[in-house]
Design a binder for this molecule. Structure first.
Ligand code: ADP
Length: 393
């Protein structure tokens, strides 16, 4: 049968909070992701910026209780082997401790990737997780979502790289505001641009932006390999790759040439976009790449009257995800500020209600990032990148 996140949330109502009530009623359950026998649970025990972080002992004992309760409930519902990861975040959303995912209990926030055995699990030294962002069609907002996921993950305290793999029409120079910056190469290695909290590399800074980029398959692959392998990424928690659109030779070879943790598929709500997104999802699955989730972009529009207009048929991509049994990561509204911030190279503005046309966009992006983190944790557990220590027999 497998676990479901709703079921786990329900079970977590049985775990008492150290100061009374239960974890769910106290609002401590920030996120749950589940698939088959794997589950990842994100908890927060602080309610305000002034609250101190809980002690390592408190977190450890709570993680144990969560394990016991989920274990007992899972066994009662016929699940034999459950692999569980429990993570605690602080008020700023940064991870302060992980249990059960091969991570030792931590009392300090992890600011950057730790060089562990997981470091080269991705195939690039020092990079823990590679996430490819793909789309069945061009123009659905794949680059926009890649940029905002990367910046959003960095805002959570992760060390993040962003690679513009869309070698035919690189958008990162504009979206990240790289126009005035020069590409540097040191000892034959590309030095990524350090912008908006992420390390970014794009073909757009290596070629004449006015010339069309015409690549044949093997050339495209060679260029992509050089961008990934000949860049001084350093230690990264996440490398987000903006793939070229479609299911042709180039995205396929790129997706195949790296050990991806998984792929994110961006789709607009219309039926025609969904059909292409289904093809993209199947391409990843055929390559053995896990689909971490679907993002519905341009989901709805909020007018000046404050009303929400479902221009393209809101919910279409979510239904498609449900139909295919894929996780749904969330929706991004059509937002004029998002388009303006992208054109002016200011992605951080999308996370600030004053520059994002209100709180709807920052909220939507933060939800996406949180859900993606959950799915990545889950995928790592499933792929055995982390050694589960909370194994239920
Ligand atoms: P793709 O990478 O799929 O080709 P882009 O991310 O380049 O698509 O987006 C195409 C255009 O649409 C860009 O100008 C971008 O700023 C704009 N755009 C994307 N998503 C949104 C949105 N949710 N609201 C407003 N404009 C958007």
């Amino acid at each position: 049968m497998g676990l479901s996140k709703d079921q786990i949330r329900q079970w977590l109502t049985r775990v008492p909070h150290p100061e009374g009530g239960d974890l769910v009623a106290r609002g401590c359950v920030v996120g749950v992701a589940a698939c088959d026998q794997h589950a990842s649970i994100k908890l927060s025990l602080v309610s305000g910026p002034k609250d101190p972080d809980p002690s390592p002992e408190t977190m450890q004992s709570l993680a144990r209780k969560v394990e016991q309760v989920v274990k007992a409930a899972a066994m009662a519902s016929g699940e034999e082997q459950v692999v569980l990861g429990v993570e605690f975040i602080n008020h700023a959303g940064k991870t302060v401790a992980r249990f059960g995912a091969g991570e030792p209990p931590a009392s300090e926030p992890r600011q950057a990737a730790q060089p562990t055995q997981q470091a080269s699990a991705s195939g690039i030294d020092g990079v823990r997780h590679i996430i490819a962002v793909g789309a069945g069609k061009g123009g659905v907002g794949k680059s926009t979502v890649s940029v905002n996921l990367a910046v959003g993950l960095a805002r959570q305290g992760h060390a993040v790289g962003l690679l513009d793999g869309d070698i035919y029409g690189p958008s990162l120079p504009t979206m990240l505001g790289l126009d005035a910056l020069d590409q540097t190469v040191l000892d034959g290695a590309l030095q990524p641009f350090h912008v908006h909290g992420v390390k970014a590399v794009t073909m757009g800074k290596l070629v004449d932006p006015e010339k069309p980029l015409i690549w044949r398959g093997p050339m495209a692959h060679g260029a992509f390999t050089q961008l990934t392998e000949r860049t001084s990424w350093g230690e990264l928690d996440y490398l987000v790759i903006d793939l070229p659109p479609g299911t042709g030779d180039v995205p396929l070879t790129m997706a195949q040439s790296l050990k991806l943790t998984g792929a994110v598929i961006v789709c607009t709500p219309q039926k025609v976009a969904q059909d292409d997104a289904v093809r993209a999802a199947k391409m990843f699955q055929q390559l053995g790449v896990e689909v971490l989730g679907v993002v519905e972009n341009m989901s709805f529009f909020i007018g000046d009257d404050g009303k929400e207009y479902d221009i393209f048929g809101r919910g279409g991509a979510e239904k498609m995800a449900q139909r295919l049994g894929l996780p749904f990561l969330g929706s991004v509204p059509i937002n004029m500020a998002l388009r303006k911030n992208s054109d002016s190279g200011d992605p951080l503005g999308n996370f600030d209600p004053a520059a994002a046309g209100g709180p709807a966009l920052p909220k939507a992006l933060e939800t996406l990032v949180r859900n993606l983190e959950g799915q990545v944790n889950l995928a790592s557990l499933k792929q055995g990148k982390s050694r589960p220590s909370l194994t239920v027999r």
